[in-house]
Design a binder for this molecule. Structure first.
Ligand SMILES: Nc1ncnc2c1ncn2[C@@H]1O[C@H](COP(=O)(O)OP(=O)(O)OP(=O)(O)O)[C@@H](O)[C@H]1O
Ligand SMILES: [Mg+2]
Length: 519
């Protein structure tokens, strides 16, 4: 051991001597050339190669630098003992990072690499369009030469992907709206955004637990389904239709979906969109991993009459034709649209293209959610599978939902309520047809006195149930209208109206055809 130290000291001594000799004998240019040469020889024989990832590339920020910083933050937070902490704008969490000139080892597919965070003082401020930071920051990646192909092909991609995930997790999600009408912001963006902080989650959502689990599984399958969608040649998107009476949790469900998947929400206000092409532009400006929501689709716009009375143009193509000519003239709707006196120039075809056509694939991993209180009013074209992959009926408060609400608002488990009261509630809850919103209100009102809250709620449930039976609102021998019956009834009505419309459309088309032939 002693010998080893002696030889190392003598080697260093020789090196120092050579250096001082160089300083005294050789001019700086020669010294620099020698060092460069020495460096080259060293790299030639070294088994490592190095990659520099600087923070600023020319005058642009290097995205890879930010990605590496974020990526390393996930491993540094566990391993490092001197860390830098940052908190980004729009973020409610803190990110750990490597301190200046610190290094860390990472392993990828069995290959070990070394990252060094290099910070040096910027020497002179060269001319730049924007002031550069005083410090020059960058990462140096050291890898074995034999691993170069693997690293360059997949490691850096992996880092970018992981960084995006971390960014999404750390950053507050955004809620976008197009309420500014067709006007653009200074960056040419048609959407305005605010941080999205809705507290609704699947845990707080009152609905049948089995149905809830089904929806959660469906969402997870979708989010993890990149390979599946690619393999089957389908666009990576999914449509959900939420329907049911007001106050049954449709909007809360959307918030829960966004919180569950970590997606942004685009709340599309159809009445603010003036044409099909504007709709397309809005779609193009949405990001992937997002939920595009059209609430109360039956009220937003008259979308039921896809085919309209027309003189000499096929009605379906007419709706396209109308939209396009109006776009061409640049007007916001001249009044002849659809022949229904409605100034809005969006057509059902435009909307279907938005969710379903080629344009819908200009991003990926997107969910479309439509909500309505009246499924029977919707055009069947909107309901067909592929467009609405899942139709979810949000029902009046039933017993499983009631138990969830009691837990949410009073912190009560079943045993806290008491067996008799619980049975009584179970007996009356379906007949009462109270929405979860009504039940929530009743519980919030008395949340300081939990027993009173339960008593009042039970009274409320009973009196509403009796009233419903008396008014003949409920059907069946015992006056019970089951949730299944409600769903069946609504869907049947929707399908009936589809058949009716199809027949009517068919007749109209035949008349049109005859007219055209005569002409
Ligand atoms: N299923 C539910 N689970 C938990 N809370 C609910 C549920 N349904 C309604 N609520 C409560 O009632 C309020 C209103 O619900 P929400 O806005 O989600 O209903 P909605 O179905 O979207 O109504 P509308 O059809 O009028 O838009 C929510 O703030 C929530 O607190
Ligand atoms: Mg709503």
């Amino acid at each position: 051991m002693k010998e080893y130290w002696t030889s190392l000291a003598s080697l260093l001594g020789v090196f120092a001597f050579c250096q001082s000799l160089m300083h005294s004998i050789f001019p700086p240019e020669l010294r620099f050339a020698f060092l460069k040469f020495f460096n080259r020889v060293f790299h030639l024989f070294s088994s490592y190669c190095y990659f520099d990832i600087t923070e600023i590339d020319g005058v642009n920020t290097n995205e890879l630098y930010n990605a590496v910083q974020l990526y390393l933050s996930s491993s540094v937070s566990i391993a490092g003992n001197r860390l830098s902490l940052t908190r980004a704008v729009n973020s409610s969490s803190i990110t750990f990072g490597l301190s200046n000139n610190d290094s860390i080892v990472d392993t990828f597919n069995g290959v070990t690499v070394l990252w060094e965070h290099v910070v040096t003082q910027r020497q002179t401020q060269t001319f730049a369009w924007r002031p550069l930071p005083e410090e020059k920051r960058g990462f140096t990646l050291r890898i074995k030469k034999k691993d170069k192909t693997l690293i360059l092909n997949s490691y850096l991609d992996y880092i970018m992907e992981r960084a995006n995930e971390i960014r999404r997790k750390n950053q507050d999600r955004l809620l976008y709206t197009n309420s500014r009408g067709g006007s653009l912001d200074s960056r040419g963006h048609p959407w305005e955004s605010v941080p999205f902080k809705h507290p609704s989650t699947f845990e707080t959502l009152a609905m049948d637990p089995l149905k809830k689990q089904q929806i959660m599984d469906d969402l997870k399958d979708f989010a993890n389904g990149q390979v599946f969608y690619q393999k089957t040649g389908r666009a990576w998107k999914r449509g959900y239709l939420l329907y049911g009476p007001p106050g049954t949790g449709k909007s809360s469900m959307i918030a829960a979906m966004a919180n569950y998947l970590g997606y942004d929400i685009y709340d599309l206000e159809l009445t603010e969109v003036h044409s099909n092409s504007e709709l397309r532009k809005l779609l193009m400006k949405t990001s992937s991993k997002s939920i595009i929501v059209i609430e109360d689709i039956d009220c937003s716009i008259n979308l039921t009459n896809r085919k309209k009375n027309s003189s000499n143009v096929s009605s379906l193509s007419r709706s396209y034709y109308e939209a396009e000519t109006r776009n061409g003239s640049g007007s916001g709707g001249s009044g002849e649209e659809g022949g229904n006196g409605n100034n809005n120039t969006i057509t059902l075809s435009g909307l279907l293209n938005f969710t379903d056509g080629l344009w819908s694939c200009c991003g990926s991993e997107r969910i479309f959610v439509f909500t309505t209180n009246h499924i029977e009013k919707l055009d069947p074209a909107l309901l067909r599978s592929g467009r609405m992959d899942m139709r979810i009926y949000m029902s009046f408060c039933n017993f499983p939902s009631l138990k969830i609400l009691l837990k949410n608002y009073l912190g009560y488990e079943e045993e806290d309520v008491g067996e008799d009261l619980l049975k009584e509630m179970e007996r009356v809850v379906d007949k009462a047809e109270m929405t979860p919103a009504d039940v929530s209100e009743a519980l919030i009102k008395n949340r300081r006195d939990k027993e009173k809250a339960i008593r009042d709620l039970l009274e409320d449930l009973k009196s509403r149930g009796e009233r419903n039976v008396k008014d003949g609102k409920l059907r069946g021998g015992n006056g019970n209208l089951t949730e299944l019956e409600v769903v069946e009834e609504q869907e049947k009505r929707a399908i009936d109206s589809q058949n009716g419309r199809d027949e009517k459309d068919h007749d109209e088309e035949e008349i049109e055809l005859e007219d055209n032939i005569c002409r």
